[in-house]
Design a protein around this ligand. Structure first.
Ligand SMILES: [Zn+2]
Length: 62
């Protein structure tokens, strides 16, 4: 029963450890957490105004 060994650590692609599943180490576990936090902090606000985007000529419209 070692199916978990078929997938690598999602952070560094090294063989994962059962102890730190699904990562290979506490370090990668922390990195993943930090990435989640930084992602949520990185959101500057609401997305670009659709009207502003539509007024730009992106060459997508007919
Ligand atoms: Zn790792």
């Amino acid at each position: 029963m070692s199916t978990s060994a078929s997938k690598p650590c999602p952070i560094c692609r090294k063989p994962r450890s059962e102890q730190f599943h699904p990562f290979c180490s506490q370090r990668c576990k922390d990195r993943d957490l930090a990435r989640w936090f930084s992602d949520s902090y990185a959101v500057p606000g609401p997305p670009a105004d659709p009207e502003v985007v539509a007024s730009n000529d992106w060459g997508e419209q007919d």
